[in-house]
Write a protein that binds this ligand. Structure first.
Ligand code: PRP
Length: 215
């Protein structure tokens, strides 16, 4: 078989599980992809697909730099990082929202910059700039909800999916900044030179997502 291998970056975690299922349904899966093992690279010599697990925030970097031909990534990461990649499809999975949130009794003090804890500094700056509110960004890597509880920040900008994490930590959503969903992205060079395989995968994945929505 002369078909070239396709390298696909998948985000570890909640979205990754759904993404792996979609890839399998589309006929581009790999054996043991959904085994929850520790192996990072999985291959399927039959369909010449190599899938690897990366941190969600790193997916676009692998694709932008060509280490992966394709990737599945949340639109939150694309908005934050603006990578040089092609966005092939909105998969309609991994649905959640980027929100500003804070303690239920929070009121803004206008006498100093608003302290905002987040994994998404650019998104937070753009959102508050539109409101003309000066902010002090506190960049964290996870467990963002802790920041206002401990007085590290006034509010947070973070992903809300079920709302459970906010609720269990005494926080409430203040405003939805944007809806978020998973996107299929492609490396620009791969798109040009492996056009047929990349678009075949894109079409099969989009069809598998459509079938799920219809079902
Ligand atoms: C994300 C996000 C919130 C949580 C929201 O965190 O940053 O903390 O999920 O989900 P919910 O609305 O369903 O409760 P993630 O699980 O990725 O972990 P992290 O804290 O390490 O970022």
């Amino acid at each position: 078989m002369s078909e070239q291998w396709l390298n696909i970056a998948l985000p570890k975690g909640r979205l990754g599980e759904e993404a792996a299922r979609i890839l399998e349904q589309a006929g581009f899966g790999c054996p043991k992809l959904r085994d929850n093992g520790r192996k990072l690279v999985l291959e399927n010599p039959e369909n010449r697909v190599r899938c690897f697990w990366v941190k969600p925030a790193d997916t676009a970097i692998y694709v932008e730099r060509g280490a992966a031909d394709l990737g599945i990534v949340g639109s939150d990461i694309l908005t934050e990082c603006e990578p040089e990649v092609y966005e092939l499809a909105d998969l309609g999975i991994g649905l959640c929202a980027m929100c500003a949130a804070g303690p239920a009794d929070w009121t803004d003090r206008q006498d100093r910059p608003l302290r905002v804890a987040t994994k998404f500094p650019r998104t937070a700056r753009a959102y508050f700039a539109k409101q003309g509110r000066d902010i002090d960004v506190i960049r964290l890597s996870g467990s963002i909800e802790l920041a206002p509880i401990l007085g590290l920040s006034d509010v947070i900008v973070d992903i809300v999916e079920t709302g459970k994490t906010l609720k269990e930590n005494g926080l409430v959503p203040l405003e939805t900044i944007m809806p978020v969903s998973a996107r299929l992205i492609a490396n620009k060079v791969s798109y040009k030179f492996a056009y047929e395989r990349v678009t075949a995968l894109g079409n099969a994945v989009a069809a598998a997502c459509g079938r799920r929505e219809a079902g």
